[in-house]
Ligand binder design. Sequence first.
Ligand code: NI
Length: 154
Amino acid sequence: MAVLKVIKAGDPILRQPTQPVTRITKRVSRLIEDMIETMYAVDGVGLAAPQVGVSKKIAVIDVGEGPIALINPKIIEGSGEDIDVEGCLSVPGKQAYVKRMATVKVQAFNEKGKPVQIEAEGLLARALQHEIDHLNGILFTDLVDEKDIFEGEE
Ligand code: NI
């Protein structure tokens, strides 16, 4: 496994729509392992493949309950509203209060290619929305007024 370099805002790869994964190749499995290791190394709760320079629909998340790998994730249901502080490894030093859906249901494939459905609320729901946004070229700073972005830890 390897710790990968996290790409910062301003790099066009973070803005490109990503390609779906059609097969769990060794390369994909290895990328997922490296993304998990990278997420832990930089103390993040989630990481999307474009953030490590790979324009594919892959994300990893760990909100403290163990790592989850998501391939081709899609939000199929969402409800409510929740506003909380958010940061991003690709936007270091910046934070903002971001409005998200309070609960979401996400459909994806796991690292073995098995279809999974995740129903989430709280931090996991937020992380899922944040990472899926990355797969569509969206950063949290797009969702708020520039004046509402403040200096923060992440
Ligand atoms: Ni992010």
